[in-house]
Design a protein around this ligand. Structure first.
Ligand code: XUL
Length: 518
């Protein structure tokens, strides 16, 4: 495809929704966007928030829901945009979720006619995919770590200690609990490579960005680590797709999408990656210097790193622009804020703004340990937040909101510091809660850093579109970052808060030790 008006499409399959953004890389504009909410638009999957909770620690989603979401999304987008103008597509996908298939060749069998979910459903050897919220594999993590000589080995080799939600431990659980279904499995995809395969109509590889979230990829060789593979499950090597750099072109779009949605048959499919590596690109933080805090279902802190030192408090993933990225993922993010909002009977305006109107931070002993459910950073079990302070504090709705947000920010700061991430000069905020002035100010105060919001709404989808554009030679990373990742509304730390938060954070850490032993 040649000529002006070239468009690049980024897709983002997150926990609760599937969204798309189409960009013009020449003039740096977003041409169209669309979104599908799994709970509202696909109620037949009985997953109001995009997942099904099977027990306290087990969380699943249907891969067929993701396929139906993709099709509905493209249908909506086709109503706004001539899809034949799209030169290349890439994707961003919630990390760690795996899709098990009884054929390594399922995607080449897709034909015109029935929708994808109907055609691919028969190839699933495991009906539901465990997703990143699942924390049910402590046993499997311990077994794998023991088999390879300890968590220190796993950390050095793969960039993370054995982690419950990571794909390796989830595969081991499947191998142990459903040996027949495991034996019948010929291909184990990540959600990212699964959706990429569906679009390309061929079996797609896993990229270094998302592949590093499995406890199976060697950071040194960028290949599957044979020691980790054999400690995880028998015969695993043959079931995994290959690993490739994130800027690999997988092929052209499959004829199914050309006929059904009007794509050009020369439209390229670029390897999909995880939502965090994709957001690193979509916030312009892939080229160094900046840190990004993404406030989504989970809250994450990440920054690019050329030679990161693996640390048990965080994770190392591949940076789609080359090198690596360090990340801290906090499970009690938006869901915790939502629960607090509901329990206080307040609305989002109160939560995000009114509660912070006369914000004057103080080291007064009022602290919330903000864990409504089990946490992954740091690893702890909890079913309710711990509220420490005076009786009047416990009755003051605005003070409780501020203390929850401060608790979340202090936990993130402590975790980021543990993985020896240097305090950044500027933190770029993205995700749904980034629009909250109160939350932005709190993060600036706790980190002692300038906080900027990005103009773009969905950095993960935007990062995918930028990756598609980069792959087609539309611009350099710096050029794309300048065009698409424009910061606005800076917030500086409030005067005099540095000392207050140094003391308050120390108090927070002490309370964490007392209540959770971490
Ligand atoms: C990262 C993680 C989450 C998911 C869902 O390790 O588990 O950020 O990618 O967003």
């Amino acid at each position: 495809m040649s000529g002006k008006g070239k468009l690049f499409l980024g897709l983002d399959c997150s926990t609760q929704s599937f969204s798309a953004v189409a960009v013009d890389a020449e003039n740096g504009t977003v041409r169209a966007s669309a979104s599908v909410n799994f709970g509202k638009d696909l109620p037949q999957y009985d997953a109001p928030f995009g997942y099904v909770q099977a027990s306290e620690s087990e969380f699943f989603a249907s891969p067929l829901m993701w396929l139906d979401g993709l099709e509905l999304l493209l249908e909506r987008l086709a109503g706004k945009l001539d899809l034949s103008k799209v030169c290349a597509i890439s994707g961003s996908v919630q990390q760690h979720a795996s899709v098990c298939l009884n054929s390594a060749d399922a995607f080449s069998k897709i034909e015109e006619g029935e929708k994808l979910s109907a055609q691919l459903g028969k190839f699933l050897s495991r009906e539901m995919s465990p997703i990143w919220m699942d924390v049910s594999t402590s046993q499997e993590c311990a077994e794998i770590a023991e088999a390879v000589g300890g968590d220190e080995y796993v950390l050095r080799r793969t960039g993370s200690v054995m982690t419950e939600r990571f794909t390796g431990a989830q595969i081991r659980k499947f191998f142990k609990k459903s040996p027949q279904a495991y034996a019948a499995t010929k291909r184990i995809h990540l959600n990212s490579s699964f959706l990429c395969s569906a679009l390309a109509g061929s079996d797609a590889p896993i990229d270094f960005g998302d592949g590093a979230g499995m406890n199976l990829m060697s950071l040194e060789t960028h290949g599957w680590d044979p020691v980790m593979l054999s400690a995880t499950a028998a015969g695993l090597a043959e079931k995994l797709p290959s690993l490739v750099p994130s800027d690999t072109c997988v092929g052209n779009i499959s004829p199914y999408f050309v006929k059904k949605y009007g794509f050009n048959e020369e439209c390229k499919i670029v390897a999909f990656t995880g939502d965090n590596p994709s957001s690193l690109v979509g916030t312009g933080a892939m080229v160094g210097g900046r840190a990004t805090v993404s406030l989504g279902t989970s809250d994450t802190f990440f920054a690019s790193a050329a030679n990161p030192t693996p640390n048990a408090g965080g994770h190392i993933f591949g940076n789609p622009a080359g090198g690596f990225m360090g990340l801290v993922c906090i499970r009690n993010g938006s869901l915790a804020r939502e629960k607090m909002k509901e329990s206080l009977g307040v609305d989002w305006h109160f939560f995000d703004n009114a509660a912070f109107e006369n914000y004057s931070p103080a080291d007064d002993g009022d602290i919330i340990l903000p864990f409504y459910g089990g946490e992954i950073s740091p690893k702890l079990k909890s079913s309710a937040p711990v509220i420490i302070g005076s009786e009047s504090f416990k009755r003051d709705k605005a003070a409780l909101v501020r203390a929850l947000v401060e608790g979340q920010a202090m936990n993130m700061y402590v975790q980021a510091r543990k993985m020896s991430a240097q305090t950044p000069d500027t933190i770029f905020l993205t995700g749904g809660a980034a629009k909250s002035g109160g939350i932005a100010q709190t993060i600036a105060n706790v980190f002692g850093a300038r906080v900027a919001r990005l103009e773009s709404e969905n950095s993960a989808a935007l990062g995918a579109a930028m990756r598609a554009a980069f792959n087609c030679g539309a611009d350099s990373w710096e050029g794309l970052s300048e065009k698409f990742c424009k910061p606005n509304s800076f917030k500086e730390p409030m005067a005099g808060v540095t000392d207050i938060f140094a003391k308050k954070t120390a108090r927070f850490e002490a309370a964490m030790k007392t209540h959770y032993g971490v």
